[in-house]
Design a binder for this molecule. Structure first.
Ligand SMILES: Cc1ncc(COP(=O)(O)O)c(C=O)c1O
Length: 391
């Protein structure tokens, strides 16, 4: 299966058929698995024989999901988690001890920064925050006790892009673990492992599900490192449910064609916004105007489904614009087949102080669009119509 193309791996990797010879993998809703004999129970517990024991740490649905994701991310091993945040937390805490230091991108998801700045320090872990795209800052932040580097690229909501090959090499040279949250790009657009990144984290809740139904997450990487995350999840319990794993496995079958369409729709909308006189700036990784356009072209097959832009209007009109949209749902999620408009300053980033918002580039005029799979002409007409109502 390893040598097959992305799409074939995503569709054809499947759990072993049951005696019913089903075509589609069934949902294995069972908390535990029985043994044919007491001897078999002992063998499975001793690790001499492979077999499922208990769904907190293995189940045919979660195994199928994680095996397929490993194929797509070109990783040796992985563990499925209850949510993206469970994956983020596990990927950090599994490797850290009292007295360690970590370097983390300032442009990471808010809850990730909360773990880094509020939870880990209570466990004696120091941190340094750096700008995602400042290679010198990453390098100079490394100390003798630095255990890992953590980032997400492209970042949320301003779609900054990190140089993955630089980060991968820097970590190898300094014997540090590199962790990348690949949630925005998905394995279809970007494989961090191609650039020497050790651990890949996913919120499967976003594009992997792709229809806003279930929460889930995953951590992928070499077996020698994943073993720590596996032990952490096995003992602490933030595992993925078999039902959610079943949904997510089915979703992986369509990830490639969905990401193609998300990206082509998003690029068309980004170009349209760029030509609009009411728009101050547009950010999209595969627009020539992006500050790391060439890097984004090198790392990402296409630009992804998120477009961020600033309208050239006073604050009051921004809410009017959002309320005038008919095809974009107002919600804080992303990665759905349905297009979504989010106002980061008043929602996802509202807990930051005004100064922190300013530092992070979150202005009242900023809007993040998660471009869905609707007909792109309809989406553009909806944006133009909403602009015409407020100008
Ligand atoms: C980049 C990124 N990582 C992690 C998460 C957390 O994922 P979840 O909501 O599945 O816990 C999110 C959620 O929005 C995210 O945007």
């Amino acid at each position: 299966m390893q040598k097959r193309s992305f799409q074939t791996k995503a569709i054809r990797n499947q759990a072993r058929l049951s005696s019913f010879r089903e075509h589609s993998t069934p949902i294995y809703l069972t908390s535990s698995f029985s043994f044919q004999s007491a001897e078999q129970g002992k063998r499975i517990f001793d690790g001499v024989e492979n077999g499922n024991l208990y769904s907190r740490f293995s189940n045919p649905n979660t195994n199928e999901f994680i095996e397929t994701l490993c194929l797509l991310e070109k990783c040796e091993s992985g563990i499925a988690t209850a949510s993206g945040m469970a994956a983020v937390y596990t990927s950090l805490v599994s490797f850290l001890s009292y007295g360690d230091h970590i370097v983390v991108s300032k442009n990471s998801f808010g809850n990730t920064l909360y773990i880094v700045t509020s939870i880990l320090p209570k466990m004696g872990v120091e941190y340094t925050l750096v700008e995602l795209d400042d290679n010198e800052a990453w390098k100079s932040a490394i100390q003798t006790n630095t255990k890992l580097l953590y980032l997400e690229t492209p970042s949320n909501p301003l779609l900054k892009v990190a140089d993955l090959a630089f980060i991968g090499n820097l970590c190898k040279e300094n014997n540090i673990i590199s962790i990348v949250d690949n949630c925005f790009a998905t394995p279809y657009l970007q494989n961090p492992s191609n650039f020497g990144i050790d651990i890949i984290v996913h919120s499967a809740t976003k594009y992997i599900d792709g229809q806003g139904r279930v929460l889930g997450g995953a951590i992928l990487g070499p077996e020698s490192l994943i073993q720590y995350c596996y032990d952490f999840i096995r003992k602490t319990g933030a595992c993925l449910s078999p039902f959610n794993a079943w949904i997510l496995s089915k979703s992986l079958e369509t990830l490639a064609i969905r990401m193609e369409r998300h990206s082509s729709n998003a690029l068309a909308i980004a170009k349209e916004l760029q030509n609009c006189k009411y728009v101050r700036r547009v950010v999209y990784p595969h627009l020539k105007s992006h500050s790391h356009f060439l890097l984004a072209k090198k790392q990402m097959r296409s630009g992804g489904g998120i477009v961020s832009f600033e309208l050239d209007f006073e604050e009051k009109k921004i809410f009017k614009f959002l309320n005038a949209l008919e095809l974009f749902t107002l919600t804080a999620n992303l990665g759905d087949s349905r297009s979504i408009a989010t106002h980061p300053q008043s929602t996802t980033h509202s807990k930051l102080s005004p100064q922190e918002q300013k530092n992070a580039g979150i202005s009242p005029q900023l809007i993040r669009l998660s471009i869905g799979l609707e007909e792109v002409g309809d989406l553009i007409a909806d944006i133009v119509n909403a602009l015409n109502k407020i100008k």
